[in-house]
Ligand binder design. Structure first.
Ligand code: SF4
Length: 347
């Protein structure tokens, strides 16, 4: 918001219609404006040439359209691109474009500045939580990255725990789904959580989105160590909540499992994982831990990864191995921010 002007990128369709009604305008005007903002990239009202001049002046007085450009971009040799955005209060956040086959791309976006969840394998967790992102700050990451090429899928898996910023994230999803706007289908957007059980239950009732759960352990003892949230919502609460989410939404839940050498990558872990996920409509995404100087965790051996995956596949679980992309450009979440804030923003 600038000088009490409302940012139209912060509004859902219903809110935009209300705002227009206040200006004495009909509902269908919302469709016109959404198309200008999201499909034609209008950054001001002068560009909206099919609106009467007096209407554009009214909009100019009361509203604005935020527009973002990244402050820094790093491109990896595999095509992964990290964008760093500077916010109006001086904070910063990142989004990552991950190229897929067939020239498609997935965009990983942030939902908070920093994060309160303190997962041990995550650089963002070590910053603590600075603040929640507003809906338009979540949406603008997508709009800015779209100027750099098409994006087929969005994952809320960057900085922050999306369900710890529940209302703003739900609103941002509503905006991303707008028919006359960016038009993302619910199957093209995935929300990743560390396991906030009451919010997982609430999410199923509020809005459709693919759910991914960062699991990473098969016992409470190891998960307590890796992810402090497990002390509040242990596996005996988390897994039933995921089962219920899958049933209620008729969707498969994705479990992310970072394999860490010598910690959670043994054959006994693979066996326990199969048992734990029995009867849950799901798939498992295995990710080999990416070693770096700031952490003592070790990468798993190639053989341990292969054996772990084979055990799941042989027991009928869908288990994919996600390649860790962008290794030459600060791969894990929060690393670009850490690097740029320690050093000069020039890259
Ligand atoms: Fe937060 Fe996600 Fe990092 Fe955990 S992994 S500390 S939830 S950003």
């Amino acid at each position: 918001m600038i000088q009490n002007k409302i940012d139209l990128k912060s509004l859902t369709r219903a809110e935009l219609e209300l705002f227009l009604a206040d200006l004495g305008k009909e509902k269908y005007r919302a469709r016109q404006i959404l198309r200008w903002i999201y499909q034609r990239g209008a950054g001001n009202f002068k560009q909206m040439t099919d609106l009467a001049k007096s209407f554009r002046e009214q909009l100019e007085d009361r509203a604005m359209i935020s527009h973002w450009s990244p402050e820094a971009v790093e491109t990896s040799c595999d095509g992964t691109r990290k964008y760093l955005f500077r916010l109006d209060d001086g904070e910063s956040l990142e989004a990552v474009r991950i190229p897929m086959e067939d020239a498609r791309a997935t965009l990983c976006i942030s939902t908070q500045v920093g994060c309160a969840m303190g997962c041990q394998f995550c650089m963002t967790g070590s910053f603590g939580l600075k603040r929640n992102l507003r809906p338009e700050e979540i949406v603008n990451q997508v709009c800015a990255a779209l100027e750099d090429g098409p994006i087929s899928n969005i994952v809320l898996m960057g900085m922050g725990e999306p369900l710890h910023n529940f209302e703003n994230v739900v609103k941002a999803l509503e905006i991303l789904y707008l028919d006359d706007g960016l038009g993302y289908g619910t199957r093209r957007v995935t929300l990743s959580t560390c396991g906030l059980v009451p919010e997982i239950q609430a999410l199923a009732k509020r809005i459709r989105v693919q759910l991914a759960v960062s699991l990473n352990a098969t016992t409470d003892e190891i998960r307590d160590r890796l992810m402090p949230i497990n002390r509040r919502y242990p596996l005996s609460e988390l897994i039933p909540a995921c089962r219920a989410y899958a049933q209620e939404t008729r969707q498969r839940v994705t479990f992310e499992y970072i394999l860490i050498g010598g910690l959670n990558d043994s054959p006994a872990d693979a066996k326990r994982l199969v048992k734990l996920l029995h009867g849950v409509r799901c798939k498992v995404n295995l990710i080999a831990y990416n070693e770096h100087d700031a952490s003592d965790f070790k990468a798993p051996t190639d053989q341990a990864v292969k054996e772990f995956q084979n055990h799941l596949l042989q027991r009928g679980l869908v288990a994919t191995l996600r390649a860790s992309k962008g290794q030459d450009i600060s791969a894990a979440c929060g690393q670009l921010k850490a690097k740029l804030e320690k050093h000069s923003p020039a890259i």
